[in-house]
Design a protein around this ligand. Structure first.
Ligand code: ATP
Length: 312
């Protein structure tokens, strides 16, 4: 496969569940060794798309090509070349760490000697060596995800599809998990990973943002920030809810969200700030306005018109 060719290419990809269109005419290109972040509000179609790309779910319409395989036609052949991991722990809780990996090696058809050395390498790489005899069900959230990652890469897949892999782990484990993802990307693995965390999104080489099944933004984090149509403003005020109500429907406000005690407002145009100050003044609200550097949360809120939802 030519390295310039996209690893994932889909055109007009759609999935309908009865009257609901979960994925709506999606065009997507993911290139080799990219870390492609998939963002979107709850229910925007991320998991459904990933499951179709893996060949686990039949599309209602559209074309999918993954690693040169036509999906769903070549889904069986693709399975040997991809790794798939979800937030839900899918390994055997009553088998040990080692037994889980041995079982997966058998399923993947690895020979005994190859399996032994690959498992030893993965136990080492994902800090599981000392836990090898522990039952998987008794591992911590972060340890489970490391084991799941080891299982997903056991057969050295060219592409890893990860559906919210870190939603059940603490911030330190999330960072370590992402370091492992970058190690894989450096070694040439392509990654598509869905997340609700903006700090993870920032680390991706490219992002696609879904909203109601449609791709509403696609680019590197820098490109998306540069394309932001307004300037973020922080409105500090004793009554942020009232300030929000006062600014509702204001044509200069592209998006707004309450962040702690302040209101973050994405303001259009050069006179936007003055218009906002005027509105707040007219509502007799004492507020301080500060320019704020743009971040990916602004991009998310702007293109989806919804606040960022981070799972607990
Ligand atoms: N098997 C199914 N049958 C019916 N509806 C479904 C099915 N699977 C998903 N949906 C619906 O499709 C829409 C998209 O769901 P999906 O899980 O793909 O979203 P998501 O972006 O991954 O959401 P989240 O961030 O909450 O995981 C939702 O409205 C969901 O209820």
């Amino acid at each position: 496969m030519n390295s310039a060719e996209p690893v994932i290419r889909c055109r007009g990809l759609s999935k309908r569940f009865a009257a609901l269109t979960a994925v709506d005419a999606l065009d997507l290109n993911v290139r080799r060794a990219e870390v492609f972040g998939f963002l979107g509000p709850n229910g925007s179609g991320k998991s459904t798309t990933i499951r179709m790309l893996c060949g686990l779910l039949l599309p209602s319409a559209g074309e999918i090509e993954v690693l040169g395989c036509q999906i769903p036609r070549d889904a069986e052949a693709l399975k040997r070349r991809i790794g798939y991991m979800t937030q839900k722990f899918s390994l055997y809780e009553d088998l040990s760490v080692l037994e889980n990996l041995q079982f997966l090696a058998t399923v993947q058809g690895l020979g005994k000697a190859a399996a032994r050395s690959r498992i030893a390498e993965l136990l080492e790489r994902y800090w599981l060596s000392e836990l090898r005899q522990q039952m998987a069900g008794t591992l911590s959230g972060g340890q489970k995800q490391r084991l799941a990652l080891a299982g997903a890469v056991l057969h050295k897949p060219d592409l890893l599809l990860l559906d919210e892999p870190t939603s059940a782990v603490d911030p330190q484990s999330r960072r370590e998990f992402w370091d492992s993802l970058f190690e894989l990307a450096e070694a040439g693995t392509t990654l598509l990973v869905s997340t609700h965390y903006m700090d993870e999104a920032e680390r991706c080489t490219r992002l696609g943002i879904l909203d109601a099944g449609r791709l509403v933004a696609d680019g590197s984090p820098r490109e998306l920030l540069d394309a932001l149509p307004g300037q973020p403003l922080l409105v500090e005020c004793e009554q942020p809810r009232q300030a929000q109500r006062a600014l509702q429907g204001c044509p200069e406000v592209l998006a707004m969200a309450q962040i702690g005690a302040a209101l973050r407002v994405l303001v259009a145009g050069t006179d936007g700030r003055a218009a906002i100050a005027q509105r707040l003044d007219a509502a007799r609200l004492d507020a301080r306005l500060h320019d704020a550097p743009a971040n990916l949360e602004d991009v998310f809120v702007c293109v989806t018109r919804q606040p960022v939802q981070v799972r607990p």
